[in-house]
Design a protein around this ligand. Structure first.
Ligand code: HEC
Length: 352
């Protein structure tokens, strides 16, 4: 607080100078002068890479979406800026709401880069500022949302909540909150209340929620495809059949232990930091924490958040299926990483 008080006049002058500079120039970035060079550079790099990989395209352009996903998946620069857990959600409808009071879903960085971030498109324009109340730098990126992709291209059917789907469709800002010490993205949010207009006109699409987080389409394919293994990994990945089988086994145990009743997108327990376990991708992203929570008897809990003891057998089966699944997820991921030669990994898979 003290520091804040002392630096304020200097910051006010700097802001004024920045505002005058802004008026006189047509640069893409608007930075208040209180932003240190390292943070300004990070903000610029993030904005540039998102615009390069995920430029504006028609909101139903599947090929553009795929290119963006593929590029973000392979982006070490983006990955290096993400924490162990990305907190992701809508900016609160309450304009003054703090991040602490906002509902933010916990996502593994892989999940966020592959399933959530690519749904947005960018033009490279952004603003960066210091937000004293949050003790974070805020990068506001201009954006538009891909609202007319097939339903299986969204990691969860966002339209189960009309308000949430509306905000996604009208999104005109992506907010990246950078930690001052590390410059890494601590929280990511989307908003339909940015001051800049959406990057293109939005043709609103109404969707009906079928009542299930995971479903099978007419062609017999598991949906949402992006959150199923054939959507996450290359078709040649030798671990795909095993993953399918092992996931099905784990999912039964998660259901029996009530895990998926609470850890679902409708967030029936009103968690402030929900964890999702309802799709293969989400379960894979949380597998290590899932195992730890069960092993340490912290999960499942009851409606009052008191731990509920599983029978010894149920706990053992759940842990066994989770461990087997987790090992295969790791192997499948390693196979996908460019450092691995596909033939070596295929040999390894065959020998198990
Ligand atoms: C009655 C609702 C409910 C059930 C059932 C439930 N959870 Fe949770 N879970 C929660 C809540 C609430 C939290 C947040 C805990 C907190 O931080 O207060 C949580 C947090 C978690 C976390 C993240 C925090 C951590 O400890 O790492 C994991 C992982 C998790 N649960 C896994 C499971 C698994 C696996 C099951 C089933 C065996 C399960 N949960 C069953 C409500 C539930």
């Amino acid at each position: 607080m003290g520091t804040q008080g002392r630096t304020w006049p200097a910051r006010a002058l700097a802001l004024l100078a920045a505002a005058l500079f802004w008026q006189a120039s047509t640069v893409h970035a608007q930075e208040s002068a209180s932003v240190p060079p390292a943070i300004a550079r990070t903000a610029g790099e993030l904005a540039a890479l998102l615009a390069e990989h995920c430029p504006l395209a028609p909101a139903n352009d599947i090929a553009a979406f795929e290119r963006c996903r593929e590029a973000l998946r392979g982006s070490d620069a983006l990955r290096a800026r993400l924490p162990q857990i990305v907190l992701w959600g809508r900016q609160s409808a309450e304009p003054q709401a703090s991040l602490a009071a906002s509902t933010l879903t916990q996502l593994s960085p892989d999940l966020w880069t592959q399933l959530y971030a690519p749904l947005f498109m960018f033009n490279g324009r952004y603003q960066v500022e210091w937000v004293a109340q949050e003790n974070h730098y805020l990068v506001r990126l201009e954006t538009a949302f891909r609202n007319r992709l097939p339903p299986g291209q969204y990691p969860t059917p966002f339209w189960h909540d009309a308000q949430k789907w509306r905000t996604y469709q009208h999104a005109n800002g992506l907010l990246l909150w950078l930690q001052p010490q590390t410059g890494s993205v601590h929280v990511a949010q989307f908003t339909s209340r940015a001051t800049t207009p959406p990057l293109q006109d939005v043709e609103i699409i109404a969707r009906r929620f079928g009542g299930q987080w995971l479903w099978t389409d007419d062609g017999g394919r598991t949906q949402p495809a992006v959150a199923a293994f054939d959507g996450m990994y290359r078709p040649e990945n030798p671990f795909l059949p095993k993953l399918e089988r092992q996931y099905r086994d784990l999912a039964l145990h998660l259901r029996d232990a009530q895990c998926t009743a609470c850890h679902a997108p409708d967030n029936s327990q009103h968690m402030q930091r929900p964890v999702l376990l309802t799709t293969p991708a989400h379960a894979a992203g949380e597998i290590d924490r899932l195992i730890r929570a069960v092993r340490e008897d912290r999960m499942p809990v009851d409606a009052h958040r008191r731990p509920v003891a599983l029978s010894a057998d149920a706990k053992a089966w759940l842990l066994e299926s989770a461990t087997i699944f987790g090992d295969t997820v790791r192997a499948a991921r390693d196979w996908e990483s460019p450092a691995t030669t596909p033939s070596a990994a295929a040999d390894a898979a065959a020998s198990e």
